[in-house]
Design a protein around this ligand. Sequence first.
Ligand SMILES: [Zn+2]
Length: 477
Amino acid sequence: MRSQDIPENPLVTGVIQAYRFALAPTPEQDDLLRSHCGAQRYAYNWGLALAKAVMDQRQAETTYGIPDTGLTPPLNWSAYSLRKLWNHSKDDVAPWWGENSKEAYSSGLANLATALTNWNASKHGARRGPKIRFPRFKDKRRSMSCRFTTGSFGLADSDRRHVKLPRIGVVRTHESTRKLARHVERGTARIRSATITHHGGRWFCSLSVEIHRTDPAPARPASAVGVDLGVKSLAVLSTGEIITNPRHFDLAVPRLRRLQRQAARRSDPDRRTRRQPSQRWHRTRARIAKLHNAVANARRDSLHKLTTHLVRTHGTVVVEDLNVAGMLKNRRLARHVAGVGMGEFCRQLDYKTAWTGGTLHVADRWYPSSKTCSACGAVRTKLRLAERTFHCDECPLVLDRDLNAARNLAHLVVGFADGTSSPSCGATRNEPAGNPRQTRTARAAGIATGSPGPHPGQRRHRKETAASSTGTHTRFR
Ligand SMILES: [Zn+2]
């Protein structure tokens, strides 16, 4: 592949990445977008009702003592066969089907096929993670989305302000599509699918793109930086840099409280009396959603700025594996921890270090980064959360608590560079418990978005490129 002619710097990585654009549709296009999302939901619910009916029928027949061979045949829930069934019955159940692109129905049925497959795998223990419930019917107000995988979609040729969607036509975007357009024109990107979603009062078009990224290598490849994520400040770096916490949520709380009081005064839905919510209640809910959205956007932005700064500057980033789920259970910490977005921070670092050819080290959850002295290595037995300054028992060190922790994290990797062990020989993988040097090397993530994953060939290509161009890449599957 391309790996031979790639210069050592910058690094070219083949990844699957999403480009998401906020849309500014005309009222007619807005109707069409809604119609397509409705069509997707209709097909999904139709297929789900069918699957349920067949399953219930088979169960009833079993209770009557009908042998297995005499039962109603089970429903084949592959996307292909669901689509075939839909095409047989669409004239009867949805005579209006021609109003929307056929992709709308296909995407609903494909989603259903995935949901049923996941549920089935989970039920039979073939899938890791928490148990997956049987799919539920989609309701009108939530889950507004529709995916296009065939037909004419992508960037419009005219200018760099429009996307093209089947049947819906050319829709204006809020932001420029220039960056993606240039990739497409150069032939370094291929658009695989387009998904429209409605979220927080706005339409979005997310383009899934197979792309060869060119990222500058870190400015200081040999440097290792420890990052202590805090509550008081967003992060403290071992270099002494302090990134202040923007506290977007705290700033929005007064407005949020006001809106929630407003919603409480309005006629909300009531399940017992089956009261329908008023239009005014819906309007306030939309305002609340918009505010939450603004907070989430601001938070994402500051996190992206921080993680990009880290991977562009330092060759190695060391973070702590924080027990985020556990901290969220602590009532006093929960709001602040969730407000910083620690899980998202690590996720971004993971894929961004892969892009720049850097390394991400995740220190073990039990590594006492706060209790260890960064000057002499003595470990204190107790350190209350309220103690913001670290006083060493063994030496005269007095240091800010978070800075001390960040320096300890950086020392974890500096130790490797000293020659005690080489990162490329796999010493950074889990070692026996109790080892203070215990670190886990992050898994390679070739994608910027959670899904869909890259196909196997692509992932291998990226890893090869990364390894050949940096030499010290310590990522393991
Ligand atoms: Zn000390």
